[in-house]
Design a protein around this ligand. Structure first.
Ligand code: FMN
Length: 194
């Protein structure tokens, strides 16, 4: 579709001690890295502690922290958010990262890999769609979700039954690449003027 790989940022959004998120994020990154049409950057929110008080004039410490993460978001041409479900929604750490940024999300596609208990994090995904719409991002239809995630991976972090999740991951990434390349071309022709 395009000779230049699409720059994909995968955001591992849970920061809880003992979190399961890295297992899910690593599995997904492995899927994405098998493709030649993607260049993957894994962003782990435990490494980017932004304060909850938003500010237009951040302190030097906060500016330094933003300087570590914002350029990575700005450089991305597509995102996949890896999100758990906490009390029927997504984690505060993720909302905080979203709210500290604006143009970094605009006119770019966003996909979701979710996990949790019975609902597999799907309620988090549906809550995130209107948030990203407000930021002029496009969320792709299909996602990967892991229901009762604890039983789905073995101790080495491999999926016990990989077939369905790998197929779902391919569908998600195909959609993301279509939107990502299309929006890259559109932004090159006409800068997004929102
Ligand atoms: C505070 C809290 C609330 C949770 N609420 C839900 C929930 O509403 N629905 C669900 O399916 N799982 C829920 N869970 C289970 C989590 O989705 C599951 O533990 C998941 O592994 C959390 O991601 P993490 O380990 O990366 O932090 C909750 C877990 C925590 C810690």
């Amino acid at each position: 579709m395009s000779a230049t790989p699409l720059r994909l940022a995968v955001i591992n959004s849970s920061v809880r001690e003992g979190r399961f998120g890295p297992t899910v994020a690593r599995w997904f990154v492995e899927q994405a890295e098998q493709r030649t049409d993607l260049e993957v950057d894994l962003i782990d929110l435990t490494e980017h502690a932004l304060p909850y008080e938003l500010s237009h004039a951040p302190s030097d410490t906060v500016s330094a922290e933003l300087a570590r993460v914002s350029p990575r978001l700005a450089a991305a041409e597509a995102f996949v958010v890896v999100t758990p479900e906490y009390n029927h929604s997504y984690p505060a750490s993720l909302k905080n990262l979203i709210d500290w940024h604006r143009s970094e999300w605009q006119a770019k596609p966003i996909g979701f890999v979710s996990y949790g208990g019975l609902a597999g994090g799907l309620r988090s995904v549906e809550h995130l769609r209107p948030v990203f719409a407000e930021l002029h991002a496009v969320t792709v239809r299909d996602c990967v979700s892991f229901h009762n995630v604890w039983g789905q991976f073995d101790e080495a972090g491999a999926l016990v039954e990989p077939t369905a999740a790998s197929a779902a991951s391919k569908t998600l990434l195909d959609q993301l690449v279509w939107w990502g390349v299309s929006l890259r071309e559109a932004r090159e022709k006409r800068p997004y003027g929102a």
